[in-house]
Design a binder for this molecule. Structure first.
Ligand code: PLP
Length: 363
């Protein structure tokens, strides 16, 4: 016996971690789920069959291909880049974490433009990176001059630009991306454009990828590919940056089946594009219909729409939607988003259920 304390004692984590709230995305059991920007439709049956076939050929006793050569080559071919310019991981969230592990850390900063995807700042803090916060305008667009000034001042190792921006749906024009890239390059930092929703929007920063430029673009299988359950995402960037990310990723982080699943999905581009077109058409219909209701609506280039009920408490409207078995994301208590709700575009009938419920609540 060592005379150990009789009472169990929680061990103290790092002070900054102890103070953190963690990342939360509440789930409820409802009929219509429009809260996490998933695809309302699954991938085609032929994909599921391809996955079953791939599962039966996996050498389960062996470690997977650590370099994920086939997956990276297929992704590279899709985007017209070299396999060495592709880094894949367990969701684009793990990609972002690896980027911060390699380029962030104590004594370094990451810039974000709020309101934006909470995970950028959260992962920065988890990795001990200082967060330099810029602000978007009232319409949630970026002021490129103010953004460049923040970069020149804070000299962040990583600047995050989410476009289309979650949760506002705002798409930055190519000129804004180019000016942020110039600002990042001038201060020796990396610009990371988070393009989780790029396929729903009119343009992408991928055209600017070049081994001579400190630009990385992140993509995910979670939204357009209807594969949030697979946890797969990737980054396109200079080969020298990808090589650093490989050093911080855990060995064999991408399991063999996931690599095969990622390859299999890419054979169904037409299905993906048809799904995306249908969702974009539904988004535009939803936006039009919302325009006739007493809510503020922001123009979106993604698969969701941000709204703010006028003269009504956003959290109360959210609760009344839940009462009608419809779940949207309650952003009403988030900084700069007072009273706002984020609504994922669902199927036509899900969107109609949402619209009917909202009309009733606001009547
Ligand atoms: C949904 C989302 C992601 C996707 O994360 P995964 O880990 O790939 O599921 C990344 N960035 C933004 C801005 C998102 O909204």
């Amino acid at each position: 016996m060592t005379g150990a304390a009789a009472e169990p004692q929680a061990v103290r984590p790092r002070d900054d971690i102890a103070l953190m709230a963690g990342y939360h995305s509440p789930q409820l059991d409802v009929a219509v789920r429009l809260n996490t920007n998933e695809s309302p439709l699954p991938p085609p049956a032929a994909f599921t069959e391809a996955v079953s076939a791939a599962a039966s050929t996996v050498a389960w006793n062996r470690y997977p291909d650590r370099q994920a050569v086939e997956l990276r080559s297929k992704i590279a071919a899709r985007h017209g880049v070299a396999p060495e310019q592709v880094f894949a991981a367990n969701g684009s969230n793990e990609v972002l974490q690896c980027l911060l592990l390699a380029y962030g850390g104590p004594g370094r900063a990451a810039a974000v433009f709020e309101p934006t995807y909470a995970l950028h700042a959260h992962l920065a803090r988890v990795t001990g990176t200082v967060v330099a916060e810029g602000e978007r305008g009232d319409d949630f667009t970026l002021d490129p001059q103010a953004a460049a000034a923040l970069i020149a001042d804070a000299r962040p190792a990583v600047t995050f630009l989410c476009s289309p921006n979650n949760p506002s749906g705002t798409v930055e024009p190519p000129s804004a991306v180019a000016s942020l890239l110039d600002a990042a390059a001038a201060t020796g930092g990396v610009l990371c454009v988070d393009e989780a929703y790029a396929e729903f929007s009119p343009h992408s920063a991928l055209d600017l990828i070049d081994d001579l430029m400190p630009l990385a673009v992140t993509r995910t299988y979670s939204k357009t590919w209807a594969m949030a359950g697979a946890r797969l995402g990737y980054l396109i960037g200079p080969a020298w940056l990808v090589a650093e990310l490989e050093k911080v990723a855990l060995p064999y982080h991408l399991d063999a089946l996931k690599q095969a699943v990622g390859v299999a999905a890419l054979a169904f581009v037409d299905d993906m594009e048809a799904r995306v077109s249908a969702i974009v058409a539904e988004r535009n219909r939803l936006t039009d219909r919302l325009g006739g209701l007493p809510v503020d609506v922001w123009s979106s280039g993604a698969n969701f729409v941000l709204i703010r009920p006028r003269h009504r408490d956003g959290a109360e409207v959210w609760r009344q939607l839940v009462d009608r078995s419809i779940l949207v994301r309650d952003c009403s208590s988030w900084p700069r988003l007072e009273g706002c709700l984020r609504v994922t575009v669902g199927t036509r009938s899900e969107n109609d259920s949402f619209l009917a419920a909202l009309e009733e609540i606001l009547a």
